[in-house]
Design a protein around this ligand. Structure first.
Ligand SMILES: C[S@@+](CC[C@H](N)C(=O)[O-])C[C@H]1O[C@@H](n2cnc3c(N)ncnc32)[C@H](O)[C@@H]1O
Length: 310
């Protein structure tokens, strides 16, 4: 088995890329490295000598990042000797992604889709930032909450665990019939209302204004005019002292893993022009309308805006 001691990360990356490029999904590659537990408070790149051999230190965070960059799942490391461990990566099937779904548009995110197997609330890189955004807007003080592209309701589930919901009204909208059916069964309380409806025809629901609008991974969907809908939400659906949370995916879901980096049309690799452009458009617009805006997150970028226009 290959052993890395003082090779640079650049050499390791190239070595692994070369091997993985010729292999099929599920192929497992293993290699021996310095046990990260041996050093405390070390940064990647620190050198140490053990039994006359020079090693370069990297923590498990670095090995996990490398696995993600190589489109692999990192398997459980094994202790190999007093000072080394075996790292193993399993190659992902990059063709296995809901992004390639052939289901008809409205059911692309429905109960029969691959997307439905994803639970973002179990991914800390989503959940922690979403909770922070909810706390930033002081969700507990909001009485009417609207979610566009609610799917089966995961985003309401987090709010339910965070604060009392009996004194609030929740409205969720999605044009996917099967997902909305699941949401209705999940939240049977009277103050949770779900509409199987197209966001393009939001006005026909006569919803009035909300204290908080949440929309995650939805407004950039094909079939929606992002800027027009976004501006209409601020002008027509948000109370004067209201707040908004927009979530922009900066990841792809591949073969069970959440892989960092936005999926971009016309590129084979992750490219972020569209993401930055849309986030910046919203930020500028909201600042002009007298909102305090923050941008946070990683695999999902959260734009959180609170009104200062009283
Ligand atoms: C990528 S999913 C995001 C779902 C959920 N917010 C999440 O982040 O897991 C986009 C959702 O928006 C819904 N959607 C897309 N276009 C829509 C439209 N024009 N009207 C209503 N819902 C729409 C889809 O059915 C889907 O449930």
């Amino acid at each position: 088995m290959k052993k890395f001691t003082n090779e640079s990360m650049q050499e390791i990356l190239e070595y692994l890329q070369n091997i993985l490029s010729t292999q099929k999904p599920e192929f497992i590659i293993s290699f021996e490295v310095l046990n990260p537990d041996i050093l405390n408070s070390a940064y990647a790149g620190e050198k140490t000598i053990i039994d006359n051999t020079e090693y370069i230190y990297r923590g498990y965070k670095s090995w996990s990042d490398l696995g993600e960059i190589l489109f692999c799942k990192m398997l459980t490391p094994k202790i190999n000797s007093a000072s080394t461990v075996i790292i193993s990566y399993q190659k992902l099937d990059i063709s296995d992604s809901f992004h390639k779904s052939t289901l008809e548009q409205k059911e692309k995110y429905g109960t029969k889709s691959e997307f439905f197997e994803i639970n973002k609330n179990e991914e800390p890189a989503f959940l922690a930032h979403y909770i922070k955004a909810l706390k930033n807007v002081d969700v507990s003080s909001k009485k009417r909450v609207l979610n566009l592209g609610i799917n089966s309701g995961d985003e309401f589930e987090v709010i339910k665990k965070l604060t009392s919901t009996s004194d609030k009204e929740f409205v969720g909208i999605d044009f996917c019939p099967s997902a909305i059916e699941v949401a209705k069964k999940r939240f049977e309380e009277e103050n949770f209302i779900f509409y199987n409806h197209d966001i393009n025809e939001l006005d026909s629901l006569n919803l009035d204004k909300f204290d908080l609008i949440i929309t995650i991974g939805t407004l950039q969907s094909s079939g929606l005019n992002f800027k027009v809908i976004f501006m209409s939400l601020i002008q027509n659906y948000l109370e004067m002292d209201g707040a908004i949370i927009l979530g922009f995916p900066n990841c792809r879901w591949i073969d069970g893993e959440m892989i960092y980096g936005a999926k971009a049309p016309n590129y084979s690799f992750s490219e972020m022009t569209l993401l930055y452009k849309d986030v910046y458009f919203c930020k500028k617009y909201l600042q002009q309308k007298k909102f305090r805006v923050t941008i946070t997150g990683k695999d999902y970028i959260f734009l959180t805006a609170t009104s200062i226009r009283k």
